[in-house]
Design a protein around this ligand. Structure first.
Ligand code: GLP
Length: 261
């Protein structure tokens, strides 16, 4: 687990975009795992800029999103389909047939979830998975109590998550209670995990995820089990980290890339 603390949100976004761009440049048909929420917005903005100004090419890329609210159709302005179209897909050249976002309106959730898992496998697995973190430590919609071996399925949202996400809806009552989400086990199979967080309201969750026990109480702590997970955070989100100085020391003394490859 690599913890990198950046001075600003902007720098987190640029560093995350550089990792995604490197993945796509090294493997034009890369499979990207994408996340919603306000945190990755800066990353998407930077990738769009790189596409426009530097020719970053997504024409052979395949994407899988982490989750979707149950009951919201793709044209609902709070659906994750809509979010991804507005904030990323309509600005870049990922072929629409290569885009996968879980369906919030399927007639058979069990079958859909199995299909989604199979589809990830058929595409060769996820090369890099972008993650945010909920204030209760969840990744995707794997709320506290989710099995660390869980697969794509329906999940009941925690009250805290409904409260956190109510800001995007007209009222708390409008926030869906269920979501369809990749499982923790599904996420852990990606080759690389990139978790982004900023702001003081994420400090407790980051502390538990990085230095707490691996536990269903904070599903992001499962990243400790992954051989290539990178936690990119700002100073505020790093406030609860007891080993903060050590993480900064590691970054300050990191061997230069040219001599280590
Ligand atoms: C939702 C999403 C998560 C996201 C979290 C945090 O619950 N399902 O994938 O990480 O919100 O969102 P934000 O980045 O807006 O704080």
């Amino acid at each position: 687990m690599e913890v990198i603390i950046y001075p600003t949100y902007d720098e987190i976004s640029k560093a995350a975009a550089a990792v995604v761009a490197e993945t796509v440049n090294n493997k034009p048909n890369a499979v990207l795992g994408l996340a919603t929420g306000s945190t990755p917005l800066g990353l998407y903005k930077e990738l769009i800029r790189m596409h426009r100004e530097e020719g970053l090419d997504f024409s052979h890329v395949t994407t899988f999103n982490l989750d979707e609210y149950v009951g919201l159709s793709p044209d609902h302005d709070q659906s994750y389909h809509y979010f991804m179209d507005e904030n990323f897909f309509k600005h870049v050249n990922v072929p629409p047939e290569n885009v996968h976002v879980p369906s919030g309106t399927t007639q058979n959730y069990r079958a859909f979830c199995e299909w989604y898992e199979d589809r990830i496998d058929e595409c060769g697995g996820i090369d890099v998975q972008v993650l945010g973190i909920g204030s209760d430590g969840h990744i995707a919609f794997n709320e506290p109590g989710s099995s660390l071996g869980s697969r794509t399925r329906i999940k009941t949202l925690a009250k805290q998550t409904i409260e956190d996400n109510a800001r995007f809806f007209e009222s708390k009552e409008d926030v869906p209670i269920y979501a369809i989400t990749m499982g923790v086990g599904t996420i852990l199979e990606a080759d690389k995990l990139l978790l982004l967080a900023n702001g003081a309201n994420k400090a407790a969750a980051i502390g538990a995820a990085v230095e707490g026990p691996v536990s269903v109480a904070c599903t992001a702590s499962a990243l400790q089990l992954h051989p290539d997970s990178v936690i990119m955070i700002d100073q505020k989100a790093a406030e609860n980290l007891k080993m903060r100085e050590y993480y900064e020391w590691i970054q300050a003394n990191k061997p230069g890339a040219p001599n280590t490859s």
